[in-house]
Design a protein around this ligand. Structure first.
Ligand SMILES: Nc1ncnc2c1ncn2[C@@H]1O[C@H](COP(=O)(O)OP(=O)(O)O)[C@@H](O)[C@H]1O
Ligand SMILES: O=C(O)C1=C[C@@H](OP(=O)(O)O)[C@@H](O)[C@H](O)C1
Length: 297
């Protein structure tokens, strides 16, 4: 069975289960039929359905890259290959921290293009957690309709209601890394759900976001699609306005990964030198800091 289909099946099984079935940190493992399947879910998957976001983004990315000669660094998540030693360090850091998580889910929050999906998949693999993308789960809920089409045909409020419902259901699970939609932070009710786990804000400067998103195209991101002007400028302007509105809400997260701080700390020249694996390691470092301050471990 395709991994995406397994993921959809497992989530819908969870959707139809009652709350009383979910009682302890290992329940999502039990529900998901064991460890092997969970690793399978965590691994990169390709959807059998051509309308899903990942495939659309990958396809438009390949076209955009061919067109604009974009460096490989900006390629879609599954094309990042971390050096073996970087992967080993991440694995060992994950093993150090995982017992202290106690099965709590990790919610990645941040602006569109901040790397929640890319980093989330890497983090889930390192922790042997399952990975869920809340946008993809909303799409599944609406019969495979893309986020862009949900916005177009049903409106943003409909999408936000579905998103909240997905977060509510995920909040009853354990051992998941969840990539949330960029706007999930604006509804206080969503924080009630996300605070069941540990939330991490991927804080990426708007210039870098605009570069990444321009490279892959804005088709799958409806909130960026109505402005006139050249692709980079309109994306930058819209993202700047959204960030202005949302920065306080992102700051509700338990931990923050600042790419600017990472560049300074690691003595890198450029933000584009920070690999998703290095960012996943920093996320674990910040989670550790949060756990130490909160749980005193
Ligand atoms: N560390 C990184 N360096 C360069 N490009 C990245 C990095 N992380 C993600 N990207 C690229 O940015 C785009 C958006 O990433 P994605 O993970 O989909 O973000 P989000 O889920 O937050 O919207 C993708 O094309 C991805 O390949
Ligand atoms: O910022 C936002 O409001 C949105 C971000 C998108 O998710 P990503 O952050 O995964 O692109 C998606 O949920 C929808 O297009 C709205």
């Amino acid at each position: 069975m395709e991994a995406k289909a397994v993921q959809a099946f497992q989530f819908s099984a969870m959707m139809h289960s009652t709350k009383s079935e979910i009682t302890g940190p290992n329940d999502s493992l039990r529900m998901f039929g064991g460890f092997k399947k969970q690793l399978f879910v965590s691994s990169t998957f390709h959807s059998p359905r051509p309308s899903t976001r990942l495939q659309r983004r990958t396809r438009s990315l390949v076209v955009a890259c061919l067109h604009n000669n974009i460096p490989a660094r900006t390629l879609e998540s599954e094309t990042f290959h971390a050096p073996v030693d970087e992967k080993l360090i991440l694995k060992s850091k994950s093993q150090e921290i995982e017992p202290y998580l106690n099965g709590r889910c990790i919610y990645l929050v941040g602006m569109m293009g901040s790397g929640k999906t890319t980093v989330g998949k890497i983090l889930s693999q390192a922790l042997s957690y399952a990975f869920f993308d809340s946008d993809a789960l909303v799409e599944e809920e609406v019969d495979g309709t893309s986020v862009a089409d949900i916005f177009k045909h049903y409106g943003e409020t409909f999408f936000r209601t579905k998103e909240t419902e997905i977060l509510r259901k995920l909040s009853m699970m354990h051992r998941n890394v969840i990539s949330t939609g960029g706007g999930a932070v604006v509804r206080p009710i969503n924080w009630k759900y996300m605070h069941q786990g540990i939330s991490v804000w991927l804080d990426v400067p708007v210039e870098a976001l605009a570069q990444r998103i321009t490279a892959v195209g804005t088709d799958s991101r409806p909130l960026l699609n109505n402005e006139p002007g050249d692709a980079y400028t309109k994306t930058f302007m819209r993202l700047s306005a959204l960030f202005e509105e949302r920065s306080e809400a992102y700051a509700n997260a338990d931990a923050r990964v600042s790419l600017e701080n990472m560049v300074a700390k690691l003595g890198q020249r450029d933000m584009s030198d920070l690999s998703p694996t290095a960012i996943a390691m920093e996320a674990l470092e910040q989670i550790k800091g949060f756990l130490m301050s909160k749980d005193g471990c």
